[in-house]
Design a protein around this ligand. Structure first.
Ligand code: GLU
Length: 482
């Protein structure tokens, strides 16, 4: 039985199901998860799907599936439920209506009847003057009667926040520390759209309150929205949660991480054969580092060492080279059975017959020590399964008289023994030198070519061990009789 949760610590990951899980989203989810687990709090998954225009069917299932693959289990959310559900915003619309009304009643929000045409004009004018687009407040001070009349006449409308024009909003962010924003720069944000659906801002604040979220941990792009959110919390008399805004993810050229410069979807990395363990470890150190000078951590180890205080302010470069290095480390260090299982479908897809498990495990063990990714492992394994092909240059090496004598000698020796141990093969190599006068390149190149198809590659005893006696003899015979 797990110990009861600390109800003071509740965090959430609140993605909009507009497609794939972005690597930045994975980092946000991970930091929420780590903070919750470290403090025995609850990790909530909430689907923010109120923007129906951007909704993509299947995105939510995809996301939950990716979470599973990554080993990030949540305590409350879609499918599993919880005490604060439902966890899908489109199923919670009555809450947003209710609190929008409360904000209106309190004078903190107002109906806006401005037409699309007028708003477009305002926007174009602001752009021409090179100013930030802001609503000019035309409907802020309509009289009660005017509002009631327009509502009765069914004039299309939205609801906007009535942000004070004076003063500043000051708040503390765990990462950014003290932040101060002039209220005059904060737009009268739309909170209910003309279709009656809430915008992100209202739904997010209402749900964070109703779901008793203690810490809002999310990407830095949301920092700018905090004054609007605080205005809602305070107008409704609610406690403001703690804010933790994670630094931006950057391309190596320090621009904001974008699709144009490489993959950004977690699924794409998984499909390319990156290990969940490596992806988790990699995103964990994007903008966070442990006290000690160390970068390799499993998920469980991260839970132990994670702390919000060690999140950095400056943007974190998403360096695929580093991910490759990490993935290679995990390939070499996780259990052989696990890696073999992960790699299986890739081998099968490449047409390699992995039915001989003993051989397959040896092949994988060899390949994982030479590769950064699973597809790369294939290139280090094909030669153990496929017929070998030789270039003219290589044929010159294998067609010499002395090479033929070498092959005959090995066939003869191997046919008369069952021993394929490293010691035996080493002894056989020694004997070859003594008997045929071959050593160095003259010995290893023709031998490795015959068995492996290349002059460079693993040690001969290792190749022999992987291929097995029959295949070694068959390969020697085949090159001899070509
Ligand atoms: N739905 C928002 C997103 O897609 C959530 C932002 C937040 O965590 O407040 O990023």
């Amino acid at each position: 039985m797990s110990s009861p949760k600390n109800s003071e610590i509740r965090v959430r990951f609140a993605p909009s199901p507009t497609g794939f899980l972005h690597v930045g989203g994975l980092r946000t989810a991970l930091f929420n998860y780590l903070f919750a687990r470290k403090n025995n709090g609850s990790f909530v998954l909430r689907i923010e799907d109120t923007d129906r225009k951007r909704y993509i069917p299947g995105a939510q299932e995809n996301l939950i599936n990716t979470f599973k693959q990554m080993g990030l289990d949540y305590d409350e959310g879609p499918v599993i439920g919880g005490n604060f559900g439902p966890y899908i915003q489109s199923e919670r619309t009555e809450h947003y209506q209710k609190y929008a009304q409360e904000l209106i009643d309190k004078g903190a929000a107002y109906y806006c009847f401005c037409t699309e045409k007028r708003l477009n004009k305002l926007r174009d004018e602001a752009r021409q003057r090179n100013e930030t687009v802001m609503y000019d407040g035309a409907c802020r001070n309509l009289s009660q009667e005017e509002v009631q009349k327009k509502l009765a006449d069914n004039v299309p409308h939205v609801v906007r926040l009535k942000i004070p024009k004076e003063g500043t909003t000051v708040f503390y962010d765990v990462v950014r520390e003290r932040v101060e924003v002039e209220n005059a720069l904060v737009d009268d944000q739309v909170i209910i759209k003309s279709d009656g659906f809430p915008t992100y801002h209202l739904a997010n604040v209402v749900d964070d309150h109703l779901m008793k979220i203690s810490h809002v941990i999310r990407g830095e792009e949301w920092l700018i929205s905090v004054p609007k959110h605080i205005f809602m919390y305070e107008s409704l008399g609610w406690k403001v949660p703690k804010f933790v805004h994670l630094p931006l993810l950057l391309n190596p050229d320090k621009t904001k991480l974008s699709k144009r410069q490489g993959d950004v979807a977690v699924e794409d990395y998984l499909a390319k054969g990156y290990l969940p363990e490596a992806l988790i470890n990699f995103v964990a150190i994007l903008g966070w580092h442990a006290k000690e000078d160390r970068e390799l951590y499993t998920l469980d180890e991260l839970v132990k060492v994670f702390s919000l205080k060690r999140i950095s302010k400056s943007g974190a470069v998403f360096d695929v080279e580093k991910l490759n290095w990490m993935n290679g480390w995990y390939l070499r260090n996780l259990s052989l059975d696990y890696i073999a299982e992960k790699a299986k479908s890739y081998f099968e897809e490449a047409g390699l017959d992995v039915s001989n498990t003993e051989k397959y495990l040896k092949v994988v063990d060899n390949a994982r020590n030479r590769s950064a990714t699973i597809p790369e492992m294939i290139t280090h394994s094909e030669m153990f399964y496929n017929d070998l092909e030789f270039s003219d240059k290589h044929k010159k090496i294998t067609n010499t008289e002395v090479a033929k004598r070498l092959y005959e000698f090995w066939i003869e020796k191997l046919e008369s023994t069952d021993d394929l141990s490293e010691e035996f093969i080493k002894m056989l190599i020694k004997e070859t030198t003594e008997k045929l006068g071959l050593k160095g390149k003259d010995l290893y190149f023709p031998l490795r070519l015959a068995l492996f198809g290349d002059v460079h590659g693993p040690d001969i005893p290792m190749i022999v061990d992987i291929l097995g006696r029959e295949e070694v003899i068959a390969r020697l015979n085949s090159i001899l009789h070509r």
